[in-house]
Write a protein that binds this ligand. Structure first.
Ligand code: SF4
Ligand code: SF4
Length: 113
């Protein structure tokens, strides 16, 4: 199981959760370029929201209370209307950025090289 970042994070991206996470499993981070790790192909500026790596999350819950917009939930408590975000968080780390943008209709400019 893992925690999941849902809809309210979109265009907020304040990264409070990144600072709270003890295992560094929330990306993309502000200070890391696209491709700094193979499964994060977009930088902070060009992503729509942040995502939790479902295999790296240790389910500690530290990120949830610091989120100013209540975007973070344990997987089994994700509100029904945001259920697709469970797969969206996983897809962020397994799909190419082109595939991901197409699947989720993300209208953003290309990440800088
Ligand atoms: S639940 Fe813990 S390990 Fe998982 S993303 Fe949140 S802070 Fe990181
Ligand atoms: S704390 Fe909440 S709004 Fe801020 S980046 Fe994390 S999930 Fe998004």
């Amino acid at each position: 199981m893992a925690y999941v970042i849902c809809f309210p994070c979109i265009d907020v991206k304040d990264t409070a959760c990144v600072d709270a996470c003890p295992v560094d499993c929330i990306h993309p981070k502000k200070n890391e370029a696209a491709g700094y790790r193979p499964d994060v192909q977009v930088d902070y500026e060009h992503t729509d929201q942040l995502y939790i790596h479902p295999e790296e999350c240790i389910d500690c819950g530290a990120c949830q209370p610091v989120c100013p917009v209540s975007a973070i939930y344990p997987q089994d408590e994700v509100p029904r209307e945001w259920g697709s975000y469970i797969q969206k968080n996983r897809d962020f780390y397994t799909m190419t950025w082109e595939e991901f943008k197409k699947k989720y209709s993300i209208e953003l400019t290309e990440p800088s090289a």
